[in-house]
Design a protein around this ligand. Structure first.
Ligand code: NAD
Length: 517
């Protein structure tokens, strides 16, 4: 029996009869391409969530006590388990999320690579170290280490149901925390599979990673369950609610939210490569990518060639659910209305549709959105200002790269972006001035596949970082320790200090720092 057949699913009859499913309410997860039921899952209520977090709290103590080497060994076993069952998990991702099998393989491979990096680098990033004690405490040794928070609650979205939550789960576990994961209600089977895989691969720390399933209320219960931190990935609107709920128990939050990422195509860019990257960045995964390319600003020098190249490439795309399809159905049916509203709002304001659109002749089938390219979209249109999250792309002609950067930065979001340019120096300068957490030059989305690089946004795209050393530290608290090595003749922090000690200190500080103007 495959793990997919064994996952923590229930029947309507068995729900509520086992401790793990201490709730009798259930919901179905369905295949967005066919509507077939993928699994039946419990709607965990506050009591069930509290019980799970309680179990995780006990497990967290033992997990932390394993130390970096013990955890690394087990995280390595987990990634080995995932790698050996890559196709099985990819098949489940295809059925539940809708993306092509090949894209699921890519997504899971990235997650496995992050697991390896987090496990392999935790000691160096977080382990105990000595730091310089400085002049005022020269007789002390100073130690710094990063300690786990206990239990981390991870609330995830459906668009990259393995890669995205694993960016928090892997790093939180490697840092010594137990994790309770609430997957999206659109992808609970994938979450349950990941937890079942953990139990199978790491049986002696099975409760260090558990899953609760349900809707927003289950996520809110996790926010109230007294966890050490909530790592939330989802929309800005839900992020605000999560923060409000976490304010009650003063639970810290990490916010990975939406984006409206832009690509800048400069005068000397490789136009064919830029078009290829824009089409992939905008349309792969049906455009349901937080760091997907939603807008392109191309300079006058390259605009016509870029538009022609994008148009030619987009014409070869075909949404569907078979092995040859370039992208799948919309995972969340209600998103189709959002995409259509953005396209119609843009055309109503004078934009031109060069491929796709909402007309009947462009209709690709129930549940799918046609690959859509829009030109001349005014900057106040929803397709420019709001996250569209569909296979759409706006292309705007700009005078030069400076105007492109100004328009790129004129958004409340600030997740990522890309720059195509023939000049390394100019591209790096533009990248530094792009108001976003991540920028890739002459490619798209690459930063997500570099485990050493932090991932996260600014503004409405959230705050905090997953991945890299910053991502490990995100799931810890810094612990500072000093140890007096020997006593000084004069102890300034004592009521018994000599009367003139402060004057002597003032003289020393004046000599050391007073000359700086
Ligand atoms: P969403 O905000 O609707 O839901 C995210 C999760 O929050 C789900 O698990 C949901 O059940 C839960 N939730 C809903 N209400 C809640 C509440 N009141 N309290 C606690 N939890 C609650 O997002 P989605 O539609 O699943 O995902 C798409 C969004 O995620 C897009 O905006 C996308 O850009 C963003 N995203 C961001 C990143 C990133 O790393 N920045 C990655 C992937 C997706």
């Amino acid at each position: 029996m495959s793990l997919a057949e064994e996952i923590d699913t229930v029947t309507r009859e068995s729900a509520g009869s086992v401790d793990r499913h201490a709730t009798s309410r259930t919901f179905d997860s369905t295949d967005p391409a066919t509507g077939a039921v993928v699994g039946v899952f419990p709607v965990h209520d506050a009591e069930a969530v509290d019980a799970t977090v309680g179990q995780a709290r006990d497990a967290a103590t033992a997990w932390a006590a394993l130390g970096f080497d013990g955890r690394r060994q087990r995280l390595d076993a987990y990634r080995g388990y995932l790698a050996r069952r890559l196709h099985e998990l990819a098949d489940l991702v295809h059925r539940e999320n809708g993306k092509p099998h090949a894209d699921a393989i890519l997504e899971i491979s990235l997650a496995v690579d992050h697991l390896a990096w987090a496990a392999g680098h935790a000691r160096k990033a977080l382990g105990p170290r000595r730091v310089r004690a400085g002049m005022l405490a020269a007789n002390h040794a100073a130690y710094l280490e990063y300690q786990p928070l206990g239990v981390v609650g991870v609330i995830g979205p459906w668009n990259y149901p393995v890669f995205t939550p694993m960016g928090s789960i892997a790093y939180a576990l490697a840092a010594g925390n137990a994790v309770v994961f609430k997957p999206s209600e659109y992808t609970p089977a994938i979450g349950a599979w990941l937890a079942a895989a953990w139990r199978a691969a790491v049986p002696d720390a099975a409760d260090a990673f558990q899953v609760v399933t349900g809707f927003g209320d289950t996520g809110a219960a996790l926010c109230r369950a007294g966890v050490g931190k909530i790592a939330f990935t989802g929309s800005a609107a839900t992020g605000r609610k999560v923060m409000a709920t976490c304010a009650e128990p003063l639970t810290p939050v990490l916010m990975e939210l939406g984006g409206k990422d832009a690509m800048i195509v400069d005068d000397d860019a490789d136009v064919v490569a830029a078009a290829d990257a824009a089409v992939w960045g905008a349309m792969s995964n049906g455009g349901q990518t937080c760091i997907g390319v939603e807008r392109v600003y191309a300079t006058e020098a390259v605009y016509d060639r870029f538009v022609a190249e994008v148009t030619a490439q987009v014409r070869s795309l075909r949404p569907g659910s078979d092995d040859e399809a370039t992208y799948g159905p919309m995972t969340m049916p209600s998103q189709i209305e959002v995409v259509n509203r953005h396209v119609e709002d843009a055309t109503g304001k004078g934009a031109r549709v060069i491929t796709g659109g909402t007309d009947d002749d462009a209709f690709p089938g129930e549940g799918y959105v046609a690959p859509t390219v829009l030109l001349d979209v005014p900057e106040d249109a929803a397709a420019i200002r709001e996250e569209t999250f569909g296979p759409t792309l706006t292309i705007t002609r700009v005078r030069d790269a400076e105007e492109a950067l100004r328009l790129t930065n004129d958004t409340s979001y600030g997740l990522a972006g890309s720059i195509f340019s023939g000049s390394k120096a100019k591209a790096l300068d533009l990248a530094r001035r792009m108001r976003s957490g991540m920028t890739s030059i002459n490619s798209v989305l690459t930063f997500a596949s570099v485990p050493a690089l932090p991932f996260g946004g600014v503004g409405d795209s959230g705050f905090g970082r997953i991945h890299g050393e910053d991502g490990l530290k995100e799931f810890t608290r810094a612990k500072a320790i000093t140890r007096q090595r020997f006593a000084l003749p004069t102890n300034l922090m004592s009521f018994r200090r000599p009367a003139d000690a402060a004057d002597q200190l003032a003289r020393v500080v004046g000599m050391l720092h007073g000359r700086h103007r």
